[in-house]
Design a protein around this ligand. Structure first.
Ligand code: ADP
Ligand code: MG
Length: 430
């Protein structure tokens, strides 16, 4: 890891980046030939940072540099460069725990808030593939391995109490990024906020009811508190389908700059929510009725398997690798003890499922009423059609958040989604 004097930060645009990389022998060797011949393209389509793809005649790399402000908004919204440090730290840990499921780290410079990593090619952002109606057969196995292993091995089930608290401390400074989540996901969509937007005029009534619905305000506030006050494990913190790059047979999780010790259900709920939005958005992308029926069935099947496989893998790890200080083995000795512990594991997963369901609802609402929207809906050009997909999503989101207990298993979630798929809001029929 390269260090420099604090204050030496500068934004490396093309020429400066070329010089910088030319000064790193391993990276220069990987790219090959003369630095002048390297192609450098800025591809950052994200909300926060610069991302460059650099290619030489031997190979390519991706370079990510944090800016001292939120890219989507500009210099008026400052954001600490230290997020690059936390992203690097999280990526390193994820690479150990879930090898092959994150891009390989090649170089990191703390002062420049810059990370060089493996170029993912021909991978595309999964969200784009879902908009196009592409099915990803490897996805369930890969994402559930990623979540089960990164969450289990950073939890009190696997770590000693001392290791766990040191690990919490190592990420505690990433609070500015947590605050973005706390504001943009758990607060702003439920009040008047300048950054909010939604599909007008169709969703005006829906936006107003989000602001007036006290049951929803209680639900989202409970979720917010859970997010703030539950350092269960090292979570990715932004695990949507725009943070996953895929090919037909590979899955890579990128962009863990929101990582911190938080509630596991937030990551699981993020994956489920984004699949559910891909499902509801699909109707807006079809050129003829039911054209995407097979894709939509695959998406809902994937939602079910994401939870079921995650739970199975997490439980298997718990049964095999419980070296942490939680649930001391001495308290669960003998046949009675192991039966009680197994029942307790199931109860734990049931609570985690409820968390994931609630967080999934909150993740849906923020994409429809908050600052950051997603292309699943945005690329539906006809606003009325888009609003229909969004309104169905919002109907499910409210139920997931307020009536969480009515979803005892993942099949009840997909059943509710399937029922809403044919629901026509008044603005669509009137
Ligand atoms: P941000 O934090 O600003 O959202 P991301 O880490 O999500 O930035 O990266 C933005 C975009 O850059 C991604 O959507 C993807 O298209 C591209 N990208 C990021 N990392 C890589 C990589 N390792 N290989 C190829 N493309 C990448
Ligand atoms: Mg991103």
């Amino acid at each position: 890891m390269a260090q420099g004097k604090a204050g030496d930060y500068r934004i490396l645009h093309e020429a400066a980046l070329r010089d910088y990389l030319a000064g790193l022998p391993d990276i220069a060797a990987l790219l090959g030939a003369e630095p002048v011949s390297w192609s450098i393209t800025e591809v950052g389509d994200g909300n926060l940072n610069l991302v460059f793809i650099v290619k030489g005649d031997r190979g390519g790399i991706a370079v990510k540099q944090a800016l001292p402000y939120v890219r989507l908004v500009g210099e008026s919204w400052p954001l600490p460069l230290s997020r690059a440090h936390y992203e690097y730290l999280a990526l390193s840990r994820q690479a150990q725990l879930a090898p092959g499921l994150v891009p390989t780290l090649l170089h990191h410079n703390e002062t420049l808030a810059l990370t060089v990593m493996e170029l993912l090619e021909p991978h595309i952002i999964m969200r784009k593939g879902l908009v196009a109606g592409t099915q990803y057969p490897r996805f369930v196995d890969d994402i559930t391995t990623f979540m089960a292993r990164t969450l289990f091995f950073t939890s009190d089930l696997a770590l000693s109490a001392a290791e766990k608290k040191e690990a919490i401390a190592a990420f505690a400074g990433n609070h500015a990024l947590c605050k973005i989540t706390e504001d943009l996901i758990f607060t702003d969509p439920y009040r008047i906020a300048v950054q909010n937007r939604w599909t007008v005029p169709y969703l005006n009534q829906f936006a107003a009811s989000l602001r007036g619905d006290m049951n929803l305000h209680v639900a989202v506030s409970r979720l917010k508190l859970k997010f703030m006050a539950s350092p269960e494990a090292l979570i990715h913190g932004d695990l949507h389908t725009g943070s996953i790059m895929v090919t037909d047979d590979q899955t890579r999780v990128i962009d863990p700059e929101f990582a911190f010790y938080g509630p596991m259900g937030f990551d699981v709920g993020a994956v489920i929510a984004n699949l559910l939005m891909a499902y509801f958005a699909s109707a807006g992308h079809e050129r003829s009725p039911d054209e995407r029926r097979a894709f939509e069935a695959w998406v809902l099947g994937t939602v079910e398997q994401v939870w079921n496989e995650f739970a199975r893998k997490f439980l298997d790890l718990w049964r095999a690798d419980a070296r942490g200080d939680a649930y001391p083995a001495t308290l669960f000795a003998g046949e009675t003890g192991s039966a009680r512990l197994e029942a307790e594991r199931k109860a734990y997963m049931q609570r985690l499922f409820g968390d994931a369901v609630g967080f999934a609802g909150a993740k849906i609402n923020r994409r429809i009423f908050g600052l950051a929207h997603n292309i699943d809906f945005e690329l539906v050009e006809d606003p009325r059609k888009r609003a229909v997909s969004e309104a169905r999503s919002v109907g499910l989101a409210r139920a997931l958040m307020v009536d969480t207990a009515e979803f005892p298993d993942i099949a009840s979630v997909t059943t509710a989604a399937r029922e809403l798929r044919t629901w026509m809001p008044e603005f669509a029929t009137g």
